[in-house]
Structures are given as C-alpha cells and as structure tokens.
Design a protein around this ligand. Structure first.
Ligand code: DGJ
Length: 739
C-alpha cells in the first residue's frame, strides 16, 4: 500500500509516507535534486535508507534484498552495523551516538529509541529562543515530525523541513522527559546521517584570527574525526560547516553532502567510519563538558542543522545555502536592501581621535559620497587602548568634544548616516561595571579568571545580566541618531562558570550563555528595527548562521589585505551569502601583512561583499587616489542593486595562483567577472577564463570593449583575460545580455 501526502503539483517538493512488508512505515522527502528515505523496521527502529540523488520509486529501496541489515541469527540484529536515523546510546550500536543520556536515579545510561508516530506539518513550526530558518508563507515549506521513545519516558522528536525550489533539508531534535524521574542529557545532536559509502573527502573551513575560512580537504579516515569549537563562540579555528564530497568533486561536478549548524557557540561535527566502511556524519552542540538536566515535563531543543545535497559540485551547494540564508535566515528591514557605502574609523585612526580629527575624516568621507560614517572602538569610558572601560557605555565627551548626539548630528549634516561600535558582552576589570558587579563576569567561583585582551565576559546565562545589557544598549542606541551598529566580541570563554549557578557544568553554562545572548539580540533588533546591525568577533570569529538570524552582515576578517582576502572571502562563500560579508578597502602598506596592492585590486576584491566600504584615513589620500575612490563609489552605487541579488559562481582560475569569480543576475541577463592574480610569472600564454552560470543560448556584450560573445563561447571556450604584468593585478569585466 502506498499513499502520498503533502504533494502539490505546483511545488517541487513532497513528503511521501508509505508501507511495505519489511517496513511498516516509510518516509520519503523529495526536493528538486535529492531524496531522503527512512523506514521503520518491524521492531520499531528508524532505519536510514537513502540520502542522495532523487529516486523515483522509494518502495524499491525497501526490498528484502536491499535491506541494509546484517542478520546474525534469525531474530538477532547487529545494531552496530545498521544505518540508524538517530542512534540511541548504551546499547549494541557502539558508534558515536546521536544522543546520550543518564538517569541519575539508577545510573541507567540507555536510550533505546523506538518509533512511536509521525506528523506532517504545513510550513515550518518555529522554536522559542534559538535562531532558525523561517517561512514567509506556509506553502513554502513542509515539515515531517517523527517521534521516537524510550520505555523510561524519554521522547525524541525529529523534525525535517524541506523548502520549495531548494535542495536544503533542515533538521533539528527535541527531547522531552515524559517520565517520572530526572534525566541528564550528555549529548544531543541536531542531525545524524549514516551513509553506506565512506569513500569520501571531508571539506571544511579552518583558520585563525586574521586568517579565517581556509578550505581544507582530506580523505575521511577509519576513525573519528571532528571539527569543533570549545571557545564559547563558533570561533576562528573551525566554522560550523563541513561537507563530505566524492573524490574529484569540484565547483560544478561531484556529489556533496553538506551540513551547517545554525548556532554561534560550542559545536561539534564528526565523521566516523566503522569496521564495515559505513560512514556516520553528525552535527550539533559540542558534548564537551555538556550535561543538561531535564526534569519530568521539561524539554530541550537542539539548534537546527541545514543539510544540502548536491550532485553538481560545491557551486550548487553554496548557492543553495546562499539563497536560503539570505532570504529565509536573515531578517528585518535590511534583509532585502543593498547596504550603504561606509567609512569605518578603525584602521584610519584606531583609538587616537578627537572631535576635530573625526569631523575632518567625516568631511573627507562626505566629499567621496560615502553614505555612512562609523565610529569604531574608543568613544566611551576612558578607553584610549584596549585595557579598560568595556561595560561603561557612557560617551567620553571630553575626548569627543561633545555629546554623542551632537557628533552624530554633525555627521548627519554632512549628508551621512552615523554608525557606532559596541562590544556589549564584555567587561574590563578596569570599569565601573566590574567594580560594582564582579560576580557578573563569567568565571568559576574561587578560581582565577584568565584575562584576554585585558577583558572578561559577562555572564549572559543570568537573566539579570541580560536585562542590564538590554537596558544599557537601548540607552546607547536611543542617545543619538544611530543607523548602524557594529556588535563586536573579542575573546574566547575560559574557566566557564557562573556565580549564580556554581553547580552547573561548563557545557551547560556555555549553552545558557548563547540562549541569553540570543534573547538580548532578539529584544534589541526588535526594539530597533531600522538599525543595520553588523556582527563581528575579532573579524570572523563568530561568522555563523546563528548570528545571521539577528544581524544580516558580519565583518569577515580583521585582515583587510586584498590578496589574503581572496582565500578568506572565497572560503566564507562556500556557505555564507556574499550579501552578508563585510569587505573594506583599506590603506597600503596593508596594516596586517604589509602588502601593497592597487586601489583597483582592493576594490575588485571588496565588491564581492554586500557590506562594502572603506577603512582608511580618507584625509591622507592623494588627489589622484581621491578621484579613483570617488569613481569606485559611484560605480558601486550604480551596480549594487544587481550585486546584492546576484548569484556567486567561483570560477576555475585560468592559471596557478589566480582567483576568479562571477556575480550573475538570477535571470542571467548580466554578469560581472573578476579575476585577480597573486604572483606574476613570466612567459605565460594568453589566459582564458571559462565562465559559469550564464545562459548558453544568450548573447552577451562586454561593456568596456563592446565585444559580443555567445553564451556557449563564454562557457566552453572562455574570455581572454588581460592583466598587467605585475603581482596582484586584477581585471573586472561587465557583460550584459544583447537584446
Ligand atoms: C576587533 C574588530 O574586528 C576590529 O574591526 C575593531 O573593531 C576592533 N575590534 C576594535 O577594538
């Protein structure tokens, strides 16, 4: 017997439920380019049957000879070899579990999860208190909820949401204690995936401060590999994203199974290949030090994991994430609006400014037709270095020479909006806030706390501290006409504990901190809907989907060198939409690496991001440089509508050490192609760059030369790239459809 539910002809997705002899209940989630199939065995195990390219008749996957079982003797199941959808713990499956629990009353650590029932839900039910992908109309998405239970009253609800016209699958887990005694969660993954073939490579992003988002690829080994953070933030070192790809997978060919976590704290992504060469791929909260007590009647929700399957390489994967995150994760009045061109004061003057200097800078910015003037660190307390005043959010009127409002109004009179830097989550030991509330800092009572950048973190697991922060930030945001906020966070968590709940584990406090932070940000972005918020954590130290739910753009890296940024922005674009990346043109020699690049190249790299601006001392530019910058800003303003909605195609660079990308209008009527050379090598044959993402049957005119190209020529032969014979040279070509 077979029946189909939630399948409308006009939609490209469907969820089907059917029965077969071997599996009394089966589920098939279908997106345009993927199928996800599960079946409930006769003894109630939820078995994973397929994830990958679409299958037409999922019933065939349940034939007895296709069974993924390894029966030992009749009636015996070797659980350790069965592809389980969400593995429990303490039983015969000895691979890394999806959930692990303990019942303190009797020391029992078993979670024997058996199928209970399912529900089909229109749209996407939302959770309380966590960032998440959302729908605008119910018909955009469909959700399947599958409920598993352990006899002791542990209920596990698995949620699966698919969107129309998208190959993303959004998963999350909710655990409820329906029993009569407390249960402690030690591990709860958002998604677990058992794949039959381990001949895969793991792609992920690693980095450090000022060197984020380096793409790394390695074969998956017969052991447990993990990508994670224990830093209290998603971190510079690893990003909460990984993809399993078939060997040889490139931008447009090969299979990809990707997972990204909508969370900004400690996370864990694991691969484990078992003795039978099966591959388990899990993603969720980091189980490091994690323990969370659930009393009878309580529940716990995991963050969401967004899986993407692509049979067309990494490019399709990236664009699937970009569309979903730009349109259905980012929110607010700025979601669909191209962002203002800004000047940020940090690399221009650092802490060294006064009223005259700021107004001088602002005037120079206004002359360049900059739209937003951002005052970075150093405007409050007595902060002239990073040694003090975090927590004392009172403008330093002596240094500013006026009130914050007066300064902002001066900037407004010059025709620009005013923006401000804050680092709300932190407290300096040298601050009135710390002197008044030393117990508000995150630390283990009776232990020394490590200082980093001479600062401590506020204990946002506490409601009173969250409330204080909401009030303190509201006062700042209301004190002047502020149109933009850069929300920074500049250290990792150490000695994680709370004076308010000393008995709680580091893992629990770290997660409670994130829930507290999300509450603070939700309140503030709701209260100040017109402010454009940008997140930052010493650059890209918390560049993750969780933050994107509250703040639609993030400072990609403190390294603003155009050449270093190629890897940083290229890697970031694997998952994150260019519209969310803040990218600035800075001074040369570059402050982080000392490199000298042309203004053209700096612009060609920076316009990849939706948060475009300058971060240099505008008053120090020569007349010639001012002329170039003015032209750049005018061009950017003309193009930004197109750039903001364009789709990104990373191109196979024509020669070693080059980086190339195309920004393509969704209807393929226009594209901008950029190619940047790292080191020049003498004696090169002409370079041809093959494009991607355009319509083969259209004709395109290249604007600067007036040359007409057919789509097939650009796709299959490419366009000739002419670069100056020099290191770091670059070129940008604009193509429009010939009508
Ligand atoms: C770290 C940020 O990443 C920088 O852009 C700058 O805002 C500094 N903090 C200010 O302290």
């Amino acid at each position: 017997m077979r029946y189909i539910i939630l399948n409308r002809r006009d939609l490209t997705m469907s969820i089907q439920i059917f029965h077969t002899d071997l599996y009394p209940t089966c589920f098939h989630l279908q997106t345009p380019g993927s199928s996800y199939v599960m079946g409930v065995s006769q003894d109630g195990l939820l078995i994973h049957l397929h994830y990958g390219a679409p299958v037409a008749q999922a019933e065939n996957l349940t034939r007895a000879e296709n069974s993924p079982w390894f029966p030992a003797k009749p009636g015996e199941t070797l659980l350790d070899h069965v592809p389980l959808e969400y593995s429990g713990s303490g039983m015969a499956d000895l691979r890394p579990a999806a959930i692990s629990v303990e019942w303190p009353e009797d020391g029992d650590n078993i979670a024997d999860l058996r199928y209970q029932d399912y529900a089909l839900l229109p749209g996407k039910p939302q959770m309380e208190g966590l960032p998440q992908v959302y729908t605008e109309k119910e018909e955009e998405a469909q959700t399947l909820r599958i409920t598993l239970c352990d006899a002791k009253g542990l209920q596990v609800d698995l949620f699966y949401t698919i969107f129309d016209n998208s190959d993303a699958l959004i998963r999350r887990t909710r655990v409820s204690n329906k029993g009569t005694s407390p249960v402690v969660l030690h591990r709860i993954m958002s998604s677990a995936l058992d794949l039959p073939d381990s001949r895969m490579e793991l792609v992920h992003l690693h980095g450090a401060w000022a060197r984020e988002f380096n793409e790394e690829r390695m074969p998956v080994g017969h052991f447990r590999q993990c990508i994670s953070s224990t830093k209290g933030a998603s971190g510079h070192q690893h990003n909460p994203f990984a993809a399993l790809v078939t060997p040889g997978c490139n931008e447009s060919a090969g299979e990809v199974y990707a997972a990204s976590l909508v969370y900004s704290g400690n996370f864990l992504i694991e691969t484990d290949v078992d003795a039978m060469d099966q591959l388990r791929f899990t993603i969720g909260l980091n189980d490091w030090c994690f323990s969370w007590q659930l009393l009878p009647g309580e529940e716990f929700c995991s963050p969401e994991a967004v899986l993407v399957y692509s049979a067309q390489g990494l490019g399709h994967m990236s664009r699937t994430y970009h569309r979903l995150y730009q349109n259905r994760l980012c929110r607010g009045s700025w979601r669909d609006r191209p962002r203002p061109v800004l000047l940020n004061t940090w690399e221009g003057v650092y802490f060294d400014f006064n009223r005259d200097k700021l107004l001088h800078l602002a005037k120079a910015a206004a002359e360049q037709e900059i739209e937003l003037f951002v005052l970075d660190d150093g405007w409050f307390g007595h902060r002239d270095s990073d040694n003090s005043s975090l927590g004392d959010w009172i403008p330093n009127e002596k240094k500013l020479g006026c009130t914050l409002r007066e300064l902002a109004e001066d900037v407004n009179r010059l025709g620009m909006k005013f923006g401000l830097w804050v680092e709300p989550e932190m407290v300096s030991p040298d601050s009135d806030l710390y002197r008044a509330h030393p117990d508000w800092a995150l630390c283990r009572p009776n232990r020394p706390a490590t200082l980093a950048r001479t600062q401590l973190i506020l204990d946002l697991s506490r409601t009173d501290v969250q409330d204080y922060l909401i009030d303190a930030m509201s006062s700042v945001f209301e004190s002047a006409p502020i149109d933009y906020i850069k929300w920074d966070m500049n250290r990792n968590m150490t000695e994680i504990g709370s004076f308010a709940s000393p008995e709680k584990s580091a893992g629990e406090i770290a997660h409670r901190y994130m829930l507290g932070l999300y509450r603070v940000m939700e309140t503030l972005v709701t209260r100040f809907p017109d402010i454009l918020f940008e997140s930052c954590a010493s650059g890209g130290g918390r560049f993750d989907p969780g933050m994107m739910y509250y703040m639609p753009q993030a400072w990609t890296s403190d390294d603003s060198d155009a050449i270093q940024r190629l890897d940083i922005q290229g890697g970031c674009s694997l998952v994150y939409p260019p519209s969310c990346m803040s990218c600035h043109v800075s001074a040369v020699p570059n402050h982080q690496v000392g490199r000298v690049t042309s203004l053209d190249t700096r612009w060609n790299v920076a316009v990849m991001g939706g948060g475009f601006g300058y971060e240099l001392n505008m008053t120090a530019l020569s007349d010639e440089e001012k002329e170039i910058v003015r032209k750049q800003i005018r061009t950017y303003k003309e193009d930004r509508g197109f750039l903001f909605t364009s789709e990104l195609y990373r191109l196979e660079a024509p020669a070693d050490g080059m980086f190339a990308y195309a920004q393509v209008a969704p209807d393929k009527s226009r594209l901008a192609v950029t190619c940047i050379r790292r080191m020049f090598r003498a004696q090169r044959a002409p370079l041809w760059l093959r494009l991607n993402g355009i319509a083969p049957d259209k004709q395109y005119v290249e604007k600067s030369s007036g040359e007409v190209y057919s789509g097939t020529e650009l796709l299959n032969r490419g366009v000739r790239i002419v670069l100056d014979d020099a290191d770091f040279s670059s070129v940008r070509l604009d193509f429009v459809e010939k009508k």
